[in-house]
Design a protein around this ligand. Structure first.
Ligand code: FES
Length: 102
């Protein structure tokens, strides 16, 4: 069953600086894209390495290891060598606290 978890505050999550946390065994990266917040699993489906150190280009994150690309908003893979989409997590804001449903 999914639950909402406090992740971080709005002030702490700035564009270009994802916040990473592990919740219930899921490494999760939270991104601020122009004031909208998105949470994806921080594990590249290609080799299971963390994505969050990679550069963000528009709405995409580029895996720093072999260059796969993913849409941060939808988790969709947009360039190889990964071929699977990323799990995404619902996000909500309660009184300045960003919560993620895991
Ligand atoms: S681990 Fe991400 S592209 Fe290889």
């Amino acid at each position: 069953m999914s639950e909402w978890f406090d992740f971080t505050t709005k002030e702490a999550c700035q564009p270009g600086h994802p916040i990473v946390k592990a919740i219930n065994g899921h490494p999760i990266a939270l991104f601020n894209l122009n004031g909208e917040y998105y949470a994806i699993e921080d594990s590249c489906p290609h080799q299971g390495l963390p994505l969050s150190d990679g550069p963000v280009l528009g709405n995409e994150i580029i895996c720093p290891y072999h260059g796969a690309r993913f849409c941060i908003k939808t988790g969709e893979v947009t360039a190889p060598p990964a071929y699977e989409d990323l799990p995404t997590f619902e996000v909500r804001i309660i009184e300045g606290m960003i919560q993620v449903k895991v």
